[in-house]
Design a protein around this ligand. Structure first.
Ligand code: FE
Length: 186
């Protein structure tokens, strides 16, 4: 009988071990999935002002922007440089997700408002919310245009034109460099 009891005890111990191991493995796979999701978050340790949730307006000096932004982004965002058409990351992107200001993280556009424009820059017919962007007359380069600035950091994003599709008829013509994109989680 004693032998039988000890065999039963061993079986119970082994079964317990299997259950514990199975549970911990499930936990690990959840962690793996979680870290895969976290890869969609954008981390910019060199830019302490970058946030997808803080909408407090930023008023930094040009020197501070120069210190914290990559050179190409600094030239577009702070000095209204324009990337060459058909060269940016997003001009023909067609994935569901959200576009943010690359300089400060402000939520700017949803992919549903993006349309296939032939201009070579990512184009949207409406901004995400009323305060996402600010519009300003721009008469540089001998043209009368309307500049689009980020509503939080005031950084240059591109220009807006009246040749967009319904329902707004607007075309926010943006520089890919000035945008970050996070795809929706499936
Ligand atoms: Fe911004």
């Amino acid at each position: 009988m004693k032998t039988l009891e000890s065999v039963s005890l061993k079986i119970i111990v082994i079964l317990s071990l299997i259950i514990v191991l199975t549970l911990s493995t499930c936990g690990q796979s959840r962690n793996v999935n979680q870290s895969a999701l976290n890869m969609n978050n954008i981390s910019k340790p060199e830019n302490p002002y970058y946030s997808h949730t803080d909408t407090t307006k930023l008023n930094l000096t040009d020197a501070e922007w120069k210190r914290i932004l990559p050179e190409e982004l600094y030239e577009v965002s702070r000095h209204a440089a324009t990337e060459r058409p058909f060269t940016g990351k997003y001009w023909n992107a067609d994935i569901k997700g959200t576009y943010y200001c690359a300089a400060c993280g402000r939520r700017l556009f949803r992919s549903e408002a993006k349309f296939a424009s032939t201009c070579g820059w990512p184009s949207f017919f409406e901004q995400e919310d009323k305060k996402s962007t600010i519009l300003r007359p721009d008469s540089s380069l001998g043209m009368e245009r309307t500049e689009v600035l980020c509503g939080r950091c005031g950084g240059h994003l591109g220009h807006i034109f009246d040749d967009g599709p319904p329902p707004t008829g607007k075309r926010y013509c943006m520089n890919s460099i000035a945008l970050d994109f996070i795809p929706d989680n499936e």
